[in-house]
Design a protein around this ligand. Structure first.
Ligand code: FMN
Length: 382
């Protein structure tokens, strides 16, 4: 999931930008609409706020919003000229100067305006700066003229934006399977043996892989947070569910971030055991080690990532040993003995272990940790 600034300038194609906005939101991105006063003559900023599900309100620093990508669709001849020359006289052109990162521009104008030498020079100036121009297309314009000037269709703009977001990530187009959350093993129909995992780390990994252009399937075990949009969610509440679904799927990269129960009640009672004064002994049996199973059947080129939730230096040593024993390519160790990181926390601090060495990632929000982990995964992809 990425944050996208969607600049809309005052062309008749502004109504099509509503669809661009909707498709970005549907794909799981956060959209910040930047609507010029010229565009407001065609479509209101309110429409875009509603489509982008953004709260109403006046953010005076809206133009300084940091984002992964700026898309200008439609881009009028006027806005194109301003972008080429660095003018900053409305929220969109101000944001364009403040933005650092890729920019996608979809010009839309009358064919005579597009073919004017001034517009041609402005378009070239943008290209020379690394800005990606998409279109315009040839066809009949709204005013009934034939020629090159129509804005390319919204789905094409969204596809080009996804390409830019993925950049040259090695995960682009790869199938990534991520497990997240904590399994619950039934004792009877209402009680279970569970753990404190919220799923935040796995969900952050799924979102980051998606942002890098991967096709992501998320095996969610009782997630406390919503799955990112744009990823396929498969509910796997128990260790047996997770094992079945993980083994059934083929993926280029498998990231087992879920806290899968190591033990489950040997017998799950049918119905709810009524309360009485007698003690209740529940026998636990070991579950299948899903990671080791996947490691044993790993195909050449497949990358397997395991997580070790353990405590202190002895835990780190156990994670090193597991890396080889479970035939994983990368292990992420996090110290669950600390209250400020790990389980059910927004931050984490991990050590990434591979055969080639170790990388300590200092305490950071889980989305940054996810990016660091996937950077290391990408180094393993040939
Ligand atoms: C009905 C109508 C349609 C227009 N369509 C376009 C267009 O498609 N492309 C364009 O470059 N300008 C178009 N214009 C002119 C722009 O609205 C005008 O240049 C305006 O200043 C653009 O402001 P902005 O770039 O700040 O949004 C149109 C004007 C009108 C009245």
């Amino acid at each position: 999931m990425a944050r996208i600034l969607l600049g809309v300038s005052g062309g008749i194609a502004a109504y099509k930008a509503c669809e661009v906005c909707r498709l970005f939101v549907k794909a799981g991105h956060e959209v910040v609409p930047l609507v010029t006063p010229g565009a407001e003559r065609f479509v209101t900023a309110e429409t875009f706020r509603a489509l982008a599900r953004r709260p109403a309100g006046d953010d005076v620093y809206l133009h300084l919003t940091r984002a992964d990508l700026l898309v200008v669709a439609p881009c009028t001849a006027n806005t194109l000229a301003k972008l080429a020359h660095g003018l900053a006289d409305n929220v969109l052109t101000e944001a364009a100067l403040a933005h650092r990162g890729p920019v996608l521009v979809a010009p839309a104008m009358n064919p005579r305006m597009w073919s004017h030498p001034a517009t041609r020079a402005n378009a070239e100036a943008l290209r020379a700066r690394g800005i990606v121009l998409i279109g315009p297309d040839e066809g009949e314009t709204a005013e009934g003229e034939l020629g090159v000037g129509r804005m390319v269709e919204p789905d094409e703009i969204v596809r080009a934006a996804e390409e830019l977001l993925a950049g040259n990530s090695k995960l682009k187009g790869k199938r990534v399977l991520v497990s997240a959350g904590g399994t619950r093993e039934p004792i009877d129909t209402v009680r279970f043996v569970g753990n404190r995992s919220s799923g935040r780390m796995g969900v952050a990994l799924a979102a980051e892989a998606r942002r890098r252009g991967a096709h992501v399937t998320l095996l969610g075990a009782n997630l406390a947070v919503p799955a990112p949009l744009g990823v396929e969610l498969v509910e796997t509440p128990t260790a047996a569910d997770l094992e079945r679904e993980a083994i059934e799927r083929d993926a280029d990269v498998v990231v087992m971030a879920a806290a899968v129960a190591d033990y489950r009640p040997a017998l799950a009672l049918a119905g709810k055991r009524p309360k009485d004064t007698a003690a209740w002994t529940v026998e636990l049996e070991p579950t299948t080690d899903v990671l080791a199973t996947l490691g044993a059947s790993k195909r050449p080129g497949q990358i397997l990532v395991g997580f070790a939730a353990d405590e202190g230096e002895p835990g780190l040593a156990r994670a090193r040993e597991k890396l080889g024993r479970k035939n994983a390519d990368l292990f992420v160790y996090n110290d669950v003995g600390r209250a400020d990181i790990g389980f059910d926390s927004a931050a984490n601090e991990v050590t990434i272990l591979t055969a080639g060495g170790e990388r300590a990632v200092p305490k950071a929000p889980k989305d940054e940790i996810a990016a660091a982990i996937l950077d290391e995964v990408e180094k393993l992809i040939h």
